[in-house]
Design a protein around this ligand. Structure first.
Ligand SMILES: *[C@@H]1O[C@H](CO)[C@@H](O)[C@H](O)[C@H]1NC(C)=O
Ligand SMILES: *[C@@H]1O[C@H](CO)[C@@H](O)[C@H](O)[C@H]1NC(C)=O
Ligand SMILES: *[C@@H]1O[C@H](CO)[C@@H](O)[C@H](O)[C@H]1NC(C)=O
Ligand SMILES: *[C@@H]1O[C@H](CO)[C@@H](O)[C@H](O)[C@H]1NC(C)=O
Ligand SMILES: *[C@@H]1O[C@H](CO)[C@@H](O)[C@H](O)[C@H]1NC(C)=O
Ligand SMILES: *[C@@H]1O[C@H](CO)[C@@H](O)[C@H](O)[C@H]1NC(C)=O
Ligand SMILES: *[C@@H]1O[C@H](CO)[C@@H](O)[C@H](O)[C@H]1NC(C)=O
Ligand SMILES: *[C@@H]1O[C@H](CO)[C@@H](O)[C@H](O)[C@H]1NC(C)=O
Ligand SMILES: *[C@@H]1O[C@H](CO)[C@@H](O)[C@H](O)[C@H]1NC(C)=O
Ligand SMILES: *[C@@H]1O[C@H](CO)[C@@H](O)[C@H](O)[C@H]1NC(C)=O
Ligand SMILES: *[C@@H]1O[C@H](CO)[C@@H](O)[C@H](O)[C@H]1NC(C)=O
Ligand SMILES: *[C@@H]1O[C@H](CO)[C@@H](O)[C@H](O)[C@H]1NC(C)=O
Length: 569
């Protein structure tokens, strides 16, 4: 079958693929892995970030949707070298392609220059601590673990463990060099195999570099978005009381070596799905092991689509006239003029998708039929039923609160961006939408009825004798216990004072006033200011081993998040 939905790379590390590495270290419960004895940190441009026990700030950076629509990337700095990394909430490692990588997928992307002896690069065990992270779609990234100063927005972890990728089959467009995983430490292969392998955001939260161990993600269709660290984006969230908060669902340990559960995915209970006003309760893959939880959904900004179990997905399409299964892999198509809403509820309000939110695009061979989300996916042994990627996440501002060791559980906040739970689109809108968007998928749909895919349910991966209750308080791997809890008691947590940040950088305004007409364009200055993958003032062929900073450094240029250029036409 020609359906190229393999284009939609899922970055989710499913346990089935990395079972040995995600098997938690038996020492985790007691091992907070907090770095000891850190000197006051300086960030790259010389701005003091505070001592390791003080809360010190928040940051915000732009996210950009890659042209293949499969990932949103942030521009970060590793050793003061800028890279674009795809943001992922369903994996936890920071992986950057290195100049050792000769895989096809590395061919035309900026790579971490190993020949440039970055003063902040630290080898671990003679580059012999290896990793190999496999993704749900069968791709992988492998290499060895090292440390480097990693900065996102104005927040720096000076000794961040990261994966120096030397072999990969994960391919990105738009010069994206790797992945910034924002999941829990337990999901991190590097954390599970290396000392001080704490993932980037966990390091910010365990060292109290951020005001609160929270981050927020805003995604739009028009290629932009924001990632806020330590705060939520006040440019997007106007009314904090409209945020709906949910406990994160923890997972029991794998194997018998450990008897405590802990947090793994940004997972929450999915309580109902509605299509055109008809609701049903989704059925979990392992109903007997999660009887009081029901269906489990993960929020995964690293995947563009929405995936669910065959029966639930098939239920959805049974409510859409003219829909049909077009691929044994679990893809459906519906008439492109379908005017129904699709909503997901986690026990509170309905989060509603309009037709253009869940339609992928028309099939070239059947232009009146549109491929759609969700797709059915095979059961995975981790019991994750639903994977809600950016097609869902664009409809909300999503907030990820890591929680506080011994005090506060992790919590997910969802703030609806479109407060409309009823149908907002009409057929005129839909047809002009598809004529303006080059979303056509090169495929011809089968004429005959397909039989449903035959999936076998693998044995459940976790130790069912250990209880894993949503909202449980754990002693390690979350924010450091020097934070003061902000959320009240569950089940209706309400933060008392949620930190906010907004994208109001030092904007350089270039004004060209010649005639009355002005045009504006916005660009991400971090990209524009520095060549991706090339250390400032250095060429790979040159003999300069190390770049010496000039005596006068303008910190302003580093903090620039956008230029607004006014020019006349
Ligand atoms: C850390 O916090 C303490 C108490 O809140 C304050 O006195 C001290 O100046 C702070 N240190 C830094 C480096 O910010
Ligand atoms: C931070 O650490 C210093 C000593 O290193 C200590 O005096 C101070 O009380 C600590 N502050 C907080 C807020 O824990
Ligand atoms: C980072 O920048 C934001 C504004 O973008 C500011 O509110 C925050 O205080 C800064 N944090 C640090 C640690 O400099
Ligand atoms: C580890 O990798 C770095 C970067 O390529 C290199 O400089 C260093 O020599 C390597 N160390 C060993 C022991 O191979
Ligand atoms: C990494 O794992 C994949 C399977 O998931 C395998 O195909 C690949 O060869 C492995 N790479 C290395 C370097 O071990
Ligand atoms: C990648 O690095 C690992 C660990 O240093 C090494 O064993 C392996 O041979 C390297 N692979 C490639 C393709 O360079
Ligand atoms: C992108 O979309 C957002 C929200 O829909 C809107 O606020 C913003 O102005 C748009 N940006 C551009 C450049 O069109
Ligand atoms: C959606 O529901 C309305 C009211 O129940 C019904 O009239 C309409 O035909 C339904 N639309 C579709 C496409 O099924
Ligand atoms: C969500 O939508 C369904 C179907 O339209 C409706 O029955 C239900 O009452 C809605 N829930 C809320 C909280 O509005
Ligand atoms: C969304 O709708 C509800 C109910 O109509 C209202 O209470 C709330 O203020 C609205 N939120 C926004 C952001 O408009
Ligand atoms: C369809 O929706 C658009 C806005 O999206 C509106 O301008 C137009 O009037 C609507 N057309 C009809 C026939 O309702
Ligand atoms: C970091 O890079 C910027 C340019 O991107 C440069 O101005 C600055 O001097 C560099 N800092 C260091 C410490 O190398």
């Amino acid at each position: 079958m020609l359906l190229s939905v393999a284009l939609f790379v899922s970055l989710t590390t499913f346990l089935g693929c990395v079972a040995s590495s995600t098997d938690p270290n038996p020492n985790h419960a007691a091992d907070v892995r907090r770095p000891r004895g850190l000197a006051p940190r300086q960030n790259i441009a010389g701005v003091r970030l505070g001592s390791s026990n003080n809360t010190s700030g928040s940051g915000i950076t732009r996210l950009v949707l890659a042209s293949d629509q499969s990932s949103y990337y942030a521009t970060i700095a590793a050793g003061n070298i800028t890279f674009r990394l795809a943001v992922d909430t369903a994996s936890s490692d920071t992986l950057i392609a290195s100049t050792d990588c000769v895989s096809n997928a590395c061919r035309s992307i900026p790579k971490y220059p190993l020949k440039y002896q970055s003063p902040t690069f630290v080898s671990l065990n003679g580059n012999s601590t290896t990793f190999n992270v496999s993704y749900a779609d069968g791709t992988f990234s492998s290499g060895y673990v090292a440390r480097e100063s990693v900065r996102v927005a104005n927040l720096t972890v000076p000794d961040q463990a990261f994966g120096v990728v030397n072999e990969t089959t994960v391919s990105f467009t738009n010069e994206i060099s790797g992945i910034l995983g924002l999941g829990f430490p337990r999901l991190s292969q590097i954390y599970n195999t290396s000392a001080h392998g704490t993932p980037f955001f966990s390091a910010l939260a365990q060292r109290a570099i951020v005001d609160y161990p929270i981050f927020g993600i805003y995604l739009t269709r028009n290629y932009t978005g924001t990632l806020s660290l330590g705060a939520i984006d006040s440019g997007v969230v106007n009314n904090i009381s409209n945020i709906e908060w949910h406990d994160v669902v923890p997972f029991a340990p794998q194997g018998a070596s450990n008897n405590v559960s802990s947090y793994l995915y940004w997972a929450l209970q999915l309580s109902s799905i509605s299509v055109n006003g008809t609701s049903f309760t989704p059925v979990p893959t392992y109903p007997s092991v999660t009887p009081d939880i029901g269906s489990l959904a993960i929020l995964d900004v690293g995947t563009p689509g929405i995936y669910g179990p065959y029966n639930d997905v098939s239920n959805i399409y049974s409510l859409i006239p003219g829909s049909r299964l077009v691929d044994e892999g679990g893809q459906w198509a519906i008439p492109c003029d379908t005017l129904v809403t699709m909503s997901f509820s986690f026990g509170g309000q309905n989060f509603t998708l309009q037709p253009t939110d869940y339609m992928i695009g028309p099939a070239s061979g059947n232009p009146n039929m549109c491929l759609t989300w969700p797709r059915a996916s095979p059961p995975t042994p981790d019991g994750v039923d639903w994977q809600l990627g950016s097609a869902f996440l664009r409809s909300v501002y999503s907030i990820y609160d890591y929680g506080i060791d011994t005090m506060e559980p992790p919590i997910i906040g969802l703030y609806p961006l479109n407060n409309q739970t009823t149908l907002q689109q009409n057929s005129t809108f839909l047809s002009s939408y598809f004529s303006l968007n080059t979303a056509t998928i090169a495929t011809t749909l089968p004429n005959s009825l397909l039989s449903p895919p035959s999936y076998t349910t693998p044995p459940y991966a976790f130790n069912t004798s250990v209880v894993a209750e949503p909202g449980e308080i754990v002693s390690s791997e979350l924010g450091t216990s020097t934070y003061s809890p902000m959320f009240g008691t569950v089940p209706t947590p309400q933060p008392t004072a949620i930190p906010t940040v907004s994208l109001t950088p030092n904007v350089i305004t270039l004004l060209v006033t010649n005639h009355n007409s002005v045009s504006t364009s916005v660009s991400t200055a971090m990209d524009d200011q520095a060549s991706l993958g090339v250390p400032y003032g250095w060429t790979s062929s040159g003999s300069i081993g190390r770049y010496t900073a000039p005596s006068l450094v303008t910190t302003a240029s580093l903090f620039l998040l956008s230029f607004v250029v006014f020019s006349m036409s």
